[in-house]
Write a protein of this length. Sequence first.
Length: 365
Amino acid sequence: MSNQKINKLISILDNQDLDALALVPGSNFRYATGGNFHLMERPTLLIVSKTCRPIAILPVLEVESFAQLNIDADIVEWQDSDGYQSAFDKGFNKLGSISKIGVEGQRMRVFEMQAIEKSLPNITIVNAQKLISKMRLIKDHQEIEHLRQAVKIAESALTDTIKFVTVNKTEIEIKNFLIQQLYQHGAEDIAFDPIVLAAENSALPHGHSRNDYHISEDDCLLFDFGATVNGYHSDITRTFFVGSASDEYKNIYAAVLKANQIGKKISKPKLTLHDLDDQVLNSLCDSGYEDLIVHKTGHGLGMDVHEDPYVMRNNQEVLEAGMVITIEPGLYKQGSLGVRIEDNILITDSGCESLTSFSRDLTVI
């Protein structure tokens, strides 16, 4: 399977004015090879070209792990004591004469690009992040099953965590319990550091849980978290109220819920990401809370928590069957509360399927 996915990279070269692509450890590297390697001080590189077999430049301590992947590639290894530049020279020399190479602009670091330029003084390095990431846009059956399982684990963990919530517990206590439940229900890892925010802290979309704030009656309580299964992530947000919810809070919640429902209702193949975001945001604006909007509607989901395609205005890409995206409208009143409802949806031939099923009804705990 991994060799088939490397062929996807080669097909990118066939359709672009590029001689080669270079990947560093991360989601694209793992997708192409099946290997989950660390991005660290020791550069690790996979080079794919149209003229020769893939080339893997590896520190010695990773050679055996890569060999176990059974990738048809030439391995160029290097020792810590020798440094990596000679391995770069040897690896790129195998390519022959090339003039343009594509790299992951959001992933490859400066020192790795400098090593490439030192090996190939006349090379042009191109940011091919979007081109490379396109090979992961459409999920196959196995990928979708991994995502389903990641969602199921996350929702089971949230069910148990809500039962744990009581007045006087801290955000950190609740967050740590949630993490325990994610692992207990079968997650191989957490998708990202969970966001558990109460009261005015929930108005910070990516805020940090506090260990000195104790949950109180009438607080808003927001959870944004996910589970990882075989490298694929869920990303779910639900917002609750402790003890009671004021009329203002109910109205804000109702506006977010309506926008969430609209996003799922209209999602289907050929709809542009611009139009999806536009209609969701217009719903929030029509509710009278335009000044509380601070972010776009959503993003792609898979081996990265945030990946292409991005659900935002001016993105004229269209939805296609097999894409998995989030629908996560939110409203944030600084000093008071934040409400976000995030679902993970699969685009189907005729519309969409929500992989998430956890209740979206306003819930007081």
